[in-house]
Design a protein around this ligand. Structure first.
Ligand code: PNS
Length: 172
């Protein structure tokens, strides 16, 4: 297959920080596409705990020893997702859908992206049922109050988040 025919998918998100749920979706995506680009949105309205660079680095650390990690690239973007997809030559966006309540927002986002760039399709993937309730925002709250994050985040991410949230609490 020539380079131009390879099927490239973009997996966008805030990844603030990456969770076991995201990693599960990412592994599934690598089984479906030749190359998966995980891309961290750094301009969305949500106040992030980690900078874009930090989020990219945490993702890279999480996948570096995975046997499914070879065809993954990690980067960040500002501006419109579809512009970034076009720049990366990706015709597919991957989004994880954990439960029905996610779907309304995801559906609106997919249709908006499709209106902006008709050649870009969104593919929804379901995580393993163990991960359906994990959300980065709830994990951040658990971390803020010193709770145990081991079942939600890889150890290196949990450690980084614990440090950030301890700092945030001390500054209040
Ligand atoms: O992990 P999240 O926060 O659910 O990811 C949402 C994200 C980053 C994919 C979405 O907010 C996004 O694409 N932002 C970039 C700006 C954009 O293109 N907005 C229009 C999409 S409807």
């Amino acid at each position: 297959m020539s380079e131009t025919m390879k099927h490239i998918a973009l997996y966008p998100g805030s990844f603030d920080p990456i969770t076991y749920g995201h990693l599960d979706i990412l592994e599934r995506a690598t089984n479906l596409f030749d190359k998966v680009i995980v891309t961290v949105a750094v301009n969305n309205s949500k106040k992030a705990v980690f900078t874009g660079d930090e989020r990219v680095e945490l993702i890279k650390q999480c996948i570096k020893d995975k046997d499914w990690g070879a065809n993954i690239e990690v980067n960040q973007f500002t501006g419109l997702l579809v512009n970034h997809a076009q720049k990366m030559k990706a015709n597919t966006l991957i989004r994880g859908v954990r439960q029905i309540s996610d779907f309304e927002y995801e559906f609106r986002m997919a249709l908006t992206n499709k209106r902006l760039a008709p050649e870009v399709d969104t593919v929804f993937l379901m995580p393993d049922e163990h991960f359906t309730f994990i959300s980065a925002s709830l994990v951040k709250e658990v971390a803020y109050w010193g709770g145990d994050m081991t079942s939600f985040l890889p150890p290196l991410v949990a450690e980084a988040l614990e440090k950030k949230q301890q700092q945030n609490r001390a500054e209040k």
